[in-house]
Design a protein around this ligand. Sequence first.
Ligand code: ZN
Ligand code: ZN
Ligand code: FE
Length: 761
Amino acid sequence: MRIRGRVQGVGFRPSIYRAVTSRHCGGFIRNTPEGVLLEIEGPTKTVDDIVDNFRGIIPSRARVDELIVDAVPLRDEGDFVIETSSTNGDCLLPIPPDLTICQKCINEMETPGNRRDHYPFNTCTICGPRFTIARDIPFDRPTSTMDEFPLCDACRTEYENPEDRRFHAQTMSCPDCGPSLNWTSFSKELSFDSTDPLEIARQALTEGHILAVKGLGGFHITCDATREDIVSRLRDRKGRPHKPLAIMVPDLETCRRICTVSPGEEALLTSPSSPIVLMKQKPGNPVAENVAPNLQNLGLMLPYTPLHRLFFNHSEMPPALVMTSCNRSDEPIAIGLCEIEEHLSDIVDGALGNNRQILNRCDDSVYTFHAGGPVPVRRSRGHVPEPIFLPLSGPSIFATGGMLKNTFALTSGNRSFLSQHIGDVSDADNARHFEKTFRTFSSLLNLEPEAIICDLHPDYPTTAFARRIADERDLPLLQVQHHHAHTAATLAEHRITDRVIGVSMDGAGYGTDEAIWGGEFLVADLLSCERAFHISYVPMPGGEQAVWEPDRMALSHLTKAIGPEEATRRMKDFVEPKKCDALLNLLDKAEFSPSTSSCGRLFDAVAALLDVRHTITYEGQAACELEAIADESECSSYDFSWENDQIGPSPVMVAICEDIDKKTNPAIIAARFHNAVSKMIVEGCRRIRSRTGLDHVALSGGVMQNRLLVNRTVPALEAEDFDVLVRRRVPPNDGGICLGQAACALARLDDGQQSGGTEAT
Ligand code: ZN
Ligand code: ZN
Ligand code: FE
């Protein structure tokens, strides 16, 4: 039997071992690069019985995607053996991802008298930390940071017993032999009766203190999420005025009190990777307003470690705790107590740590659910380093990704291993984190890249790094345009190599004409890419600064639509006259105001014009707040203009001004604008189909995280018989472009192209 799916790192081989040996059959089970190879020898009826009921004998966390059964000649195999993989190359998954505590381990923790009752490090074969504590391959106790905790006799007996559910559980331990909690105070005001670190932390939280708590992939900053004063203290200390904070709640019941939870969202919340799930808040819920200011969506997750569960296991605990990455702004998440002591002791009052060392930092994953399925916003803990299968194979590629929300990819054959979330690599600490993670990843996966691919942007730190590595190792360096990579990532994920219509609605990506692209209709496959339509260019007054001040984009779009005087008049309540004049002056100076076709910047302009948001403190804030106010019941829309390859937003801006004059509710205007963009996407696809006959549409780009927009656009495209490909496994934002880059590199190497860029016509 050849089995593909999630079949490694979930206790697959021990489960099969038990099922086969209990039926007195022989054979072997072996991990392979594609999954698992299983041979069973025994009486026909018994073997048939195992095959027929196969899905019943696999562990609860395994997932079988493909099962091929063949008859082979008898080999007289009396015993059944688990063949341990000798080298990493034999393995689909040399190191499994970290997984949420399983039900059996929860039950033990809640059983008085059980030797693991209330044990904060309870794990078994199918749950607990893995990637984050892995030092080397294959994943084993001696190659992880659990090597500091030799098994006690009771644990060793379980570990060695094939009948036990902890047979070969590399991270298992118990209160006698495992790690322990510790507490550090950073504030003199703190004094406690207890000496138990967990009890102290609970007491500190209920008293309104802000703590660092060590999780799987790093520390979280945590505090009472129901108290506005504490959340605002946290925001002050962290210098994070608006960016939404994720929260953790004890159970699904509490989730439902706070948000409306659809069955799809529930499945995500309770999945073994336990991501943060963005869901719509219910009015009057107990979570403080300033946890996600001006947003409808709230990011919730369920407890995923034994310690998290113990936290909530206390009557005075608030029903929701802020659980945000322990770092300063966008720096790497802290993994050690010394990092907190050195850099973050002014943010947190105390830290609940433990002596199980984290080696590979890994932030929480974030998902949303739209267009009928899950959409990753950040693919990290619980998924890394599980591979994504590419539609083609070739030499090992290192794809360095983009600049914001960076992840990178390393390939082996047709498998692409994406790194955990690295973040904004223009930050020096993140750039170091990137480099270190690349080296760790490449050694953990035993992969030496044979070619490198990066973005076309000359100033991305990832471009510079790609150049340096290519130089040092004398490897071919390829480059691919940002939105071609976005589109290719959608193709790669769906394992398609055909030409498609690529719609990339995005914030910013370097174009082949050196302009800043981001509202693109492409005709593309993995090898080539042609720009069919794009949102017409407007200047970004002051360049990058326009990203942080949506008012600048409003002035730019309005000036193009209604002229500078009218634009000034419209914006006079929001922008001082002096500044307005200065910005209008800048508009004409190409060296200070690069041209952009960005769809994200158009959302910014509309948000500023509607008085929703004038300056932002986190990426995408204006667009998120615009989405949040939109009245979903509104169906009418505005029209873009179409001329040659240009899509003009000016008629949309004019119509919005008219609606403002008519005192139309901004909620209606915001909805009409979303509808207009959706209609524009459908129109663009229609035009390309009539020219090319193509009917597959690959959606991508950061704007495609907008739930309202996607929920309008996908059904509208499907109603016109388009086959719509949306991202389900890698984020539509820049967190996914490394996958597209890797696929493009393989296509080019396969085609014999060593260099060359994306063609634009
Ligand atoms: Zn378990
Ligand atoms: Zn033990
Ligand atoms: Fe992008």
